[in-house]
Design a protein around this ligand. Sequence first.
Ligand code: ARG
Length: 297
Amino acid sequence: MNRDGTLAWGHHYAMVTPEHYRIEYDINPFMNPADQPDPVRAREQWDTLVATLRALGARVDVLGGAAGSPDMVYAMNLGLAVTDPDDMPRVVMSHMRFAERRAETPVAEKFFAGLGFASTYIGRSGVGGHFESGDAFPYADALLVGHGKRSDEVALKALATELDVRVRALRIVHASMYHLDLAFCPLDARTAFVCPDAFDAASARALLESVPQPIVLSVADALTFCANSVVVGRTVVMPACPAGVRRSVEAAGFEIVELDLSEFHLGGGSIRCMTNPLDIVIGRDLPGVPGGELVLA
Ligand code: ARG
């Protein structure tokens, strides 16, 4: 956290080029192979997102997509990259729930290695459960991690131990908010988007309690993908922004840049899903907790 309350992370992202992006299977309620993205429009939307992030001063490192991995453009899910207190960049690679996405991991692992991140795994060969990094965000005193749809609860304990952090487990129950990044988005020290209806009652309560001034989203709000936004300093880059949400975001002191990512909504993802933050630092963005700790709601 910076002194002015803005997030210290969110200024460096990995993104994956969209040339292989298609809807070849349906592993979430948005996907329908009969409804394909327009490749030219998808490329334009992707280029605009990269240019916007760079214009805001963020660094974007680009990884080429891979044939046979049509969902790889959703880079947020490739792995959770962190730098630990002794300056070691590490990435916990995702162990994807669906076999359709597992070929992405070895390609991503080489890319992360090229950027200096040593990789580790949770649940390789099925032991330890699935983990998808679209479920994980540092916020306040913990790494908040969604589970129940893509990540398994059993993986969260391993994640806490692996990273020596506190993991706060949040059980997701809404089919269309299958990753935490569809129902939650940290904006700054005080504010975050929260769609309580995505979670079971105890997890919704725990999440609302960990955000001093939550901007509460209805399910209808969240289904516009408005929580699937990224924040660079005091600018929120959003794929959609319902009027009530806009008022709250502006009242909290943010500027909004709205971009059209409609082609990527066909695959069930948007701006956050397409960007993987590379500048999360343990000890700065969340406390280090030797031995790790898992907090269940
Ligand atoms: N089609 C992708 C999947 O179902 C979409 C991933 C969206 N990414 C995200 N971080 N929520 O896995």
